[in-house]
Design a protein around this ligand. Structure first.
Ligand SMILES: [Zn+2]
Length: 666
């Protein structure tokens, strides 16, 4: 029997067990797709004979209220070697990403077409085709190809990138009351970062846990295995911790214990003062002495790090992370982020990482503050949703028991539950941030107990009267008395605003806009990350209209700042680390001084999270968190992009190896 025939017969045997199979179809299956463990769609695929080849057809479809959209993919491959011959993928891989790509291979020459253009290249000896993490069945074929072709260390991908597959272990799952043992692998290079996949003994992919094309936490589970959703999420969370612990052993701090840093311009000392030619003495993770050179005694024999010509800032806070892949943590630390508030994630993923960071087995991560999301109804953002008071209280307590500092309200939360949540959170010593549900406005949100608001868009309403008359138009003039009264209301209430300017800038991009013009960091990202980011965007006409709103938003931001409303820097995804830089640039473009922008990423969030006794400035007794920049962000805020060293808990890391560890060029 030829090998090819054996494969066909094996696949045919598998196919006979399926309930509905056409004459030519040799395999078919269905994956249920989840975001944050909430069902969001399905992928159906089938494999049929096509001469000597096999053809996989997959429809990956996300369904929301009021519609659905999807991605259609066809992959033709050699029935014997499983080598791809033709790959066509077109449609949407997430709510924000659009794909139209094709690869045709003939006589070892590949013609590759993407939205960036066409190329012709000689194919490497071994290669596979994949573009974006969807569809799941193509990743299954990548795994089969790898297993069939000697499990090579690297598999070059077309249109680009390199896949790496590693065996991680076994997981026992339940199906129809029986226990099955699945093999677990990590795949890197299709999606940026680590994807965890499980396969059965015939290499059928059973589950995948990772992030999706818009970088939300994502699960795909083969029909029949859905009862194992939590288990898959938990095991993937543990694998993320293992990866971060491995990186932590690999990337050692270049200084720790007791040492001094001399010669830098220091911004953010006591009272946020600036010290030229400074001396900072660090002992056991704390600042032991800070001052001007000549005034501070450096103990004899102490290690000295010369930072002349550089600028030192307190460690930065990113107040809006959704670290949905382990790689976000080292990338954020590389950018000088020493404290990160995760503003909605899966407990199974973020809590074990937070615990690893706290106990010190993970060093290549910022310290983590956690905000747990809560939402209601069919359009809820994930599975943590409450329809009743009892459910709302349970969710708040679940987060509290898991050590979360904060609750984040999403915009579908039922109006009658808002105060249930804020009161219980406050009673348990937590604060509340969030989007503002459609049923109320920002005045109500303040009255109902919000401590913070995410996204400037929710704040705009404050420029209009609290109660508006029938047919009255909203006020959009930040210089008007009406707006000033609104800003004063916010200032007096103590509400903290996290505007996410960079995220807004990114989300109104047109598909063919040059992303590098506003975010040069994209050039340093690996292929698979660029492929996702550059596939986000809206039609040019819509984008042009929405982009005009960007300048207006800056004028509101400046007015809020001048009115004394505390502003804090948060990224909300986009480009790991770099979006922190972009957010600071946008604060300064709005007319806020570089030092005030830096305060919004240091002492202001420290205060907002009641951590200003420990963090936020470079002062004796505080935790030794700081950033060393090879330039002066005070003279030009973009110099912050030249962050070269970061100290967290007194441990000094070089940024370069942190970046490289997650596939970015430093
Ligand atoms: Zn968010």
């Amino acid at each position: 029997m030829t090998k090819k025939l054996a494969v066909v017969l094996l696949l045919a045997a598998v196919a006979f067990s399926a309930s509905f199979v056409s004459a030519q179809t040799v395999d078919s299956g269905k994956f249920v797709l989840y975001k944050y463990q909430k069902k969001m769609g399905v992928e159906n695929y089938s494999v049929k004979m096509s001469g000597d080849s096999l053809e996989l057809n997959a429809r990956f479809e996300l369904s929301f209220i009021g519609g659905s959209f999807g991605l259609d993919t066809a992959l033709t491959y050699d029935g014997d070697t499983l080598a791809p011959q033709r790959f066509v993928t077109k449609g949407k891989t997430s709510t924000r990403t659009t794909v139209d790509a094709a690869v045709t291979v003939a006589e070892q020459i590949a013609t590759v077409r993407t939205s960036y253009g066409s190329t012709t290249e000689k194919v490497p000896g071994k290669f596979f085709t994949a573009f974006h993490p969807a569809p799941i069945s193509v990743q299954n074929m990548l795994l089969r190809y790898w297993a069939k072709n000697g499990k090579p260390k690297d598999i070059p991908l077309l249109p680009g990138g390199t896949a790496r597959i590693k065996y991680l272990g076994k997981t026992k799952v339940k199906r129809n009351g029986k226990t099955e043992s699945l093999a677990r692998y990590s795949i890197e290079g299709v999606m940026w970062g680590q994807e965890i996949v499980w396969v059965d003994k015939d290499l059928n992919l059973i589950a995948l846990v990772a992030a999706d094309a818009e970088m939300d936490r994502f699960e795909a589970i083969r029909e029949g295995y859905g009862s194992n959703l939590k288990l898959f999420a938990e095991v993937a969370g543990k694998d993320s911790v293992k990866k971060l612990e491995r990186l932590s052993k690999h990337i050692s701090p270049i200084h720790s214990g007791s040492y001094a840093i001399i010669g830098a311009k220091l911004i953010g000392g006591k009272d946020f003062n600036t010290i030229l030619d400074s001396v900072i003495v660090i002992r056991n993770g704390r600042f032991a002495a800070v001052g001007k050179r000549g005034k501070i005694k450096i103990p004899k024999g102490m290690k000295v790090f010369n930072a002349s010509g550089k600028t030192i800032l307190p460690g930065l806070f990113d107040m809006h992370a959704h670290a949905t892949q382990p790689e976000w943590f080292p990338a954020s630390l590389a950018a000088g982020i020493t404290t990160m508030r995760d503003a909605a994630n899966e407990i199974e993923f973020i809590v074990p990482v937070r615990d690893g960071e706290e106990k010190g087995s993970i060093t290549v991560s910022p310290r983590l503050l956690l905000a747990g999301y809560i939402d209601s109804g069919p359009s809820s953002v994930g599975s943590m949703k409450a329809e009743t008071e009892k459910e709302a209280l349970e969710i708040v307590r679940t987060y509290r028991n898991a050590g979360f500092q904060q609750i984040k309200i999403y915009q579908s939360l039922r109006e009658e539950l808002i105060e249930v949540v804020t009161k219980e959170a406050h009673r348990l010593g937590m604060t509340v941030t969030g989007h503002i549900p459609r049923s109320i406005n920002i005045y109500d949100a303040v009255d109902k107990g919000y401590d913070q608001v995410n996204h400037l868009g929710f704040v705009m309403r404050v420029m209009s009267p609290r109660v508006m008359k029938e047919g009255e138009k909203r006020n959009f003039d930040p210089d008007s008395d009406q707006a000033k009264a609104g800003f004063k209301f916010l200032k007096d209430s103590g509400l903290v605003v996290e505007p996410t300017m960079a995220r807004a800038e990114n989300s109104v991009k047109a598909l063919d806009d040059d992303f590098i013009a506003t975010e040069p960091g994209i050039e340093k990202a690996p292929f698979e990350f660029r492929a996702l980011i550059t596939s986000m965007g809206m039609p040019a006409e819509v984008a042009a209209r929405r982009q005009r709103g960007g300048e207006f938003a800056k004028s509101v931001l400046k007015a809020l700042h001048e009115a004394g409303v505390p502003l804090i820097v948060g990224t909300d995804l986009v480009v790991p680390g770099h979006t922190q830089f972009r957010e600071l640039e946008l604060f300064v473009e709005a007319g806020i001084s570089p030092v005030d922008a830096i305060k919004s990423a240091t002492i202001v969030p420290a205060r907002a999270m009641k951590l200003d006794k420990k963090l936020g400035t470079i002062e004796v007794g505080k935790i030794a968190d700081l950033v060393i920049v090879d330039g002066d962000p005070d003279s030009s805020i973009s110099e912050i992009r030249k962050t070269k060293f970061v100290i967290k808990d007194g441990k000094m890391f070089e940024s370069a190896p942190l970046w490289e560890s997650v596939g970015f060029r430093p």
